[in-house]
Design a binder for this molecule. Structure first.
Ligand code: NAP
Ligand code: MG
Length: 399
């Protein structure tokens, strides 16, 4: 059988631990036999990041800007414990995802992969709900203060021109806590553009919610910027039959719970942080969440939402059988291959992505599944858990 040809390479970012093991298996068993895979390869494994002083992450992000589509394996974000585990580390390198997101100025969209044999906790949810989280500012870049005597707190902005604006926050009669936060107009605009772009790419409605009844100026600014940016996407939305709608967050949570799913919910930073955890838990498994980073210009990076599955990796190193779920990592690959196929007008490549996804669904529905899904599956689909390699082999056989 002739292999499916590609014209433009994908940016391939390899990663760490168990997901790096999965990465190799997925490529060898599910992709390379069928696709004449063209990638620009960047090794974002922790030790290689360290050897390059993290330049490899920057290079990978810049390559993504140039080529438009990337697929990324999960990577270790070093913390104190990792500094002990890897004494050769010269620095506690920043999260690669944060570096890439900053360079691409992108927004992260998280969606569950929904399968028939695992019912969401909310029984009317039939299709995935995608949460888009604004990833800059608000409480995540706030300054905070505790005071222990009566007094007044003021908020002053000093313009470069010399102009000043001051507000009294509150006159406190006793001990108090204070917080000042901000956001940037440019960041909100990029967020809006990425959301509209991703709604078009995935042909789904876009909901956006804030608390602008209370935060009339701050949240009101988010609402206005979204309205302004929408002008440029309006016609495209109309031609695809999708809609953008703004609503108060209180109304949004009620509608989300009553919905059938199948839309994108854009949230401010804090709302997105909390709501994405709620949505993913209610859909079932962390191992079934995908994560897509979309830049305002449409540049896209696909990955699994979970981490490197460290515990499984240490069992794997001891030669024990693992049952690690590769589905989200496979869907990162299919997302990237489909996007490349669409951009380069290669219908065979896009169709292959669909076939690989179908092979995953069919394998799961036939009762072959990794351990954590076997525990969640409905009666009638319950099966003995498959080991990592057996499960990937079962998908390969279907494919
Ligand atoms: P994790 O890798 O997501 O794993 C946490 C637990 O969730 C696992 O121990 C496992 O539970 C379950 N799990 C996650 N993915 C699974 C899968 N595919 N199949 C089966 N079970 C799965 O999170 P972590 O252990 O907190 O973090 C490990 C490393 O990943 C850290 O160094 C962190 O920095 C990194 N990380 C990277 C990314 C990224 O690159 N995007 C994201 C998050 C974390 P059981 O052990 O109970 O089976
Ligand atoms: Mg969270």
């Amino acid at each position: 059988m002739p292999k499916i040809q590609m014209t433009t390479p994908l940016v391939e970012m390899d990663g760490d631990e168990m997901t790096r093991v999965l990465w190799r298996m997925i490529k060898d068993r599910l992709i390379l036999p069928y696709v004449d895979l063209k990638t620009e390869y960047y090794d974002l494994g922790l030790l290689h990041r360290n050897e390059t002083k993290d330049q490899v992450t920057v290079d990978a992000a810049n390559a993504t800007k140039r080529l438009g589509v990337a697929v990324k394996c999960a990577t270790i974000t070093p913390n104190k414990q990792r500094m002990i585990e890897f004494p050769q580390l010269t620095e506690m390198w920043k999260s690669p995802n944060a570096t890439i997101r900053a360079i691409l100025d992108g927004t992260v969209f998280r969606s569950p992969i929904v399968i028939g044999c695992i019912k969401p906790v909310v029984k009317n949810w039939e299709k995935p709900i995608t949460v888009a989280r604004h990833a800059y500012g608000d409480v995540y870049k706030a300054v905070e203060l505790v005071t222990d005597e009566p007094g007044e707190c003021v908020l002053t902005f000093k313009g470069q021109s010399g102009a000043e604006k001051t507000l009294s926050v509150q006159k406190a009669k006793g001990p108090a806590v204070w917080q000042a936060m901000h956001n940037m107009e440019s960041s909100i605009r990029s967020f809006a553009k990425s959301c509209f772009q991703y709604a078009i790419d995935t042909k789904q409605d876009l909901w956006f919610s804030t608390k602008d009844t209370i935060s009339k100026v701050y949240d009101g600014q988010f609402k206005t910027i979204f309205e302004e940016e929408f002008e440029a996407y309006k016609d495209k939305f109309a031609s695809l039959g999708i809609e953008y709608f703004y609503t108060l967050i209180d109304d949004a949570v009620a509608r989300v719970i009553r919905s059938r799913g199948g839309f994108i919910w854009a949230c401010k930073n804090y709302d997105g942080d909390v709501m994405s955890d709620m949505i993913s838990t209610a859909f079932g498994s962390l191992a079934m969440m995908t994560s897509v980073l979309v830049a305002p210009d449409g540049t896209t990076e696909y990955e699994a939402a979970h981490g490197t599955v460290t515990k499984h990796y240490y069992n794997y190193l001891k030669g024990e059988k693992t049952s690690t779920n590769p589905i989200a990592t496979i869907f990162a690959w299919t997302g990237a291959l489909r996007k490349r196929g669409e951009l380069d007008k290669l219908p065979d490549l896009a169709a292959f992505a669909g076939k690989l996804e179908k092979a995953c669904f069919d394998t799961l529905m036939s009762g072959t599944m990794p351990k954590e899904l076997a525990a969640l599956a409905d009666e009638g689909f319950k099966a003995a858990p498959a080991a990592t390699e057996e499960f990937i082999d079962a998908i390969a056989t279907r494919l």
